[in-house]
Ligand binder design. Structure first.
Ligand SMILES: [Zn+2]
Ligand SMILES: [Zn+2]
Length: 338
């Protein structure tokens, strides 16, 4: 089968490899769509201990192709989304619903286990979530990134009627925007790229500001008479956390969703003077996946405008190069023919 794999730092390649098998407790999926994530770009750029030939891709939807020994409860052809990791299900963290913090966690598509930029991927049966008929396969590949946005909202103090700031309208910022709107907030988005700003508007942002032209905190003061009390930092480059803290109302909260790979600086004194809360969030839990699938099924959320490109697996290496430059792309899906 064809797959897109890490070749060396800053370079992906298309490889031909044997189809994986469904081992005990595993399900072999035929992949329909798999999204390209900022973490993929980071992992490729920094290497992050990945060995050459590692098949990437962790935001996927597929249909059940083969059941491994000991697996029941799934039908061949059934469409599913999946938590992109293997967890033990027995440690105290797994039992507490913190599977993503499992002591034995192994991720799919980031070097540990083969991912889904491939015609087939093998997943633990315990990580699968059946998709209702009304949820398309492309939407199925958005369940993972949308769950990241939902998780950020659930870890925040957001309440209906609040005015919040989302910094950055890349896929994570857009997913956070979608859920902030669904939960009844008024949302100001700050974004430098015009195309992404327009996407934010399409996805329900009340106001989009270009921070080079307008100070987003000032916009929020115009609306509420106060600085933002809740900011979602979805950019993840050096300095953006400090920017967020500097805009915050006293006793406000910054939720850090964007992944900054460098050491960054904040000024504790500035944080103390405003009694700032900063919360870092990681991924999602099973409840987030369930709620996202339910919201897609009931059309409570409408994320389709997030998808800016749909490509074949052969185009992955070139697309990785392109996405390294800032621009108007948001979610890019790698699609496999049926
Ligand atoms: Zn991702
Ligand atoms: Zn565990």
């Amino acid at each position: 089968m064809k797959a897109a794999a890490f070749k060396r730092q800053n370079e992906m390649e298309v490889i031909d490899v044997p189809e994986p098998k469904a081992d005990t407790g595993q399900v072999l999926l035929k992949v329909h769509d798999c999204g390209i994530c900022g973490s993929d770009l980071h992992a490729c750029q920094y290497g992050l201990g990945m060995t050459p030939g590692s098949i990437m891709g962790h935001e996927f939807c597929g249909s059940v192709y083969e059941l491994g020994p000991g697996v029941s409860g799934f039908k061949i052809g059934q469409r599913v989304a999946a938590l992109p990791f293997r967890f033990c299900g027995e440690c105290e963290r797994c039992k507490a619903g913190l599977e993503i913090h499992c002591h034995k966690l192994q991720g799919l598509g980031l070097g540990q286990l083969p991912g889904a930029y491939a015609e087939f991927v093998s997943c633990p049966a315990s990580s699968l979530f059946p998709l209702p008929d009304q949820v398309s396969s492309r939407e199925g590949a958005l369940v993972e990134p949308l769950s990241v946005g939902l998780h950020a909202i659930k870890r925040s103090r957001l309440e209906p009627g609040m005015t919040v700031l989302v910094m950055g309208a890349g896929p994570i910022g857009l997913a956070t925007l979608i859920w902030a709107k669904a939960k009844g907030a008024r949302v100001v988005v700050s974004e430098l790229a015009d195309g992404r700003g327009r996407l934010a508007q399409k996805l329900g942002a009340d106001i989009v500001v270009n921070p080079r032209v307008h100070n987003p905190a000032e916009k929020i003061r115009e609306l509420t008479g106060q600085n933002p009390a809740l900011i979602f930092e979805c950019i993840g480059v050096k300095g953006t956390l400090r920017d967020a803290i500097s805009m915050l109302e006293p006793r406000g909260q910054v939720v850090v969703v964007g992944v900054c790979m460098e050491t960054d600086e904040i000024n504790p004194m500035q944080c103390i003077l405003r009694e700032v809360s900063v919360n870092f969030v990681l991924g999602y839990d099973r409840a987030d996946f369930h709620e996202t699938i339910e919201a897609l099924n009931s059309r409570t959320i409408e994320p389709r405008p997030m998808v800016t490109d749909i490509i074949g697996v052969e185009q992955v290496p070139a697309m990785f190069q392109m996405l390294r430059q800032p621009g108007d792309h948001a979610k890019v899906l790698v699609e496999f023919p049926d």
